[in-house]
Design a protein around this ligand. Structure first.
Ligand SMILES: NC(=O)c1ccc[n+]([C@@H]2O[C@H](COP(=O)([O-])OP(=O)(O)OC[C@H]3O[C@@H](n4cnc5c(N)ncnc54)[C@H](OP(=O)(O)O)[C@@H]3O)[C@@H](O)[C@H]2O)c1
Length: 331
């Protein structure tokens, strides 16, 4: 009898939780005719996000520095447009790490061209990979300026319009290295972890304005940016990254887009992405009752499973060090 009562009470509590979430959770945004602004939209994940946006009927602004790359990307994105009569792609060349006023000017110009921003995607970024003592202070500074402060600049420029418009979505493209510190990523991981604190604080501030923030944590994705990063990657970092595998920009873009439209705070791709998001959900905003319950019940087991990943990474690092030591002895 006692167990029966407990079961009924738990059931009623879960049903209440579900109803509360149904009422307070963000509604899916309509993309048809909306304006999606993407930084770093001329290459890799950013370009795939822009293609996904136009396929769903949105107007798109892409921001990057290199004008030729912007023009080429514009043509490619336009070839995926759903309705050529009404949709447009606008490009603007600006370095998001420079003067905040210049960034604001570029965002205002985009708003004038394509209307208020519905979804802002802070995607522009890059990675340096190298052992800590081989990573220069300038490289640390560059990572913070581009991956963190660049996103702050663009978000600052767009937030006023979003508040006036009473709604929108802001996406930050972090990385799985923004959830777990990885060998060789002291500078990159630090810059991506910084985004998380910023995004959680910002979400609390902008929720009353019907603005929802999404933190996306892509795994390794087959882009020109990754190819560049691979040139300087320590062997340990390569072997650790191989554990997760390589994803296509379009798969990553589809998943980020769906999550952003639905106002989900944590966005992941693949099984390892799910594991890391569950484990690092912490005090992040709960935007879905299903995700919340799953996190409550599986966080412990995910911590247990991830410990085996850490053992594996330590073994890789130990093996590489032994190989290096014996090479040095024999030379
Ligand atoms: N690829 C991966 O494996 C992977 C995994 C996890 C997370 N990510 C993250 O996903 C994002 C995109 O990565 P990706 O691999 O697609 O990079 P990518 O192919 O190198 O593209 C980077 C884009 O950002 C632009 N950009 C770079 N610096 C800029 C600046 N100062 N101002 C304005 N635009 C700038 C680039 O154009 P210009 O050079 O012309 O400015 C380009 O359009 C990054 O934040 C990255 O950290 C990537």
């Amino acid at each position: 009898m006692f167990l029966y009562v407990i079961f009924i009470v738990i059931f009623i509590l879960l049903a209440l939780l579900y109803l509360v979430f149904k009422i307070i959770s963000p509604k899916c945004v309509e993309l048809q005719g909306s304006h999606v602004l993407i930084t770093g939209g001329s290459s890799g994940i950013g370009k795939a996000l822009a293609i996904e946006a136009v396929k769903q009927g949105a107007n798109v602004t892409i921001i990057a520095r290199n004008e030729k790359k912007l023009e080429d990307a514009k043509k490619e994105i336009e070839s995926h447009i759903k309705d050529r009569a009404i949709q447009r792609v606008f490009t603007t060349s600006v370095d998001i790490t420079k003067d905040a006023d210049i960034v604001k000017e570029a965002v205002n110009k985009a708003e004038k061209e394509l209307g208020p921003i519905t979804i802002l995607i802070n995607n522009a970024g890059s990675a340096v990979a190298g052992r800590f003592e081989e990573t220069s202070s300038q490289q640390f500074q560059r990572m913070i300026e581009l991956n963190f402060l660049g996103s702050v600049n663009v978000t600052k420029a767009a937030i006023k319009g979003m508040k006036e418009n009473n709604g929108g979505r802001i996406v930050f493209i972090s990385s799985q290295a923004g959830q777990v510190g990885v060998f060789g990523y002291t500078a990159y991981s630090a810059s991506k972890f910084a985004l998380r604190g910023f995004a959680e604080s910002l979400q609390m501030e902008v929720k009353p304005y019907n603005i929802y923030v999404t933190m996306a944590f892509p795994p390794d994705t087959d882009t020109p940016g990754l190819a560049e990063e691979n040139k300087s990657k320590p062997r340990e970092t390569i072997l650790i990254s191989d554990t997760v595998g390589l994803f296509s920009p379009s798969d990553v873009a589809k998943s980020v887009f769906t999550d952003a439209m639905n106002g989900k705070f944590l966005s992941y791709v693949g099984m390892d992405g799910w594991l890391l998001c569950t484990l690092s959900s912490g005090m992040s905003p709960a935007t879905s009752v299903v995700d919340l319950l799953q996190q409550i019940f599986t966080m412990g087991i995910c911590r247990f499973v991830c410990q085996f990943y850490l053992f594996h990474f330590d073994r890789i690092i130990g093996k590489c060090k032994r190989e290096k030591d014996s090479k040095m002895k024999s030379s």
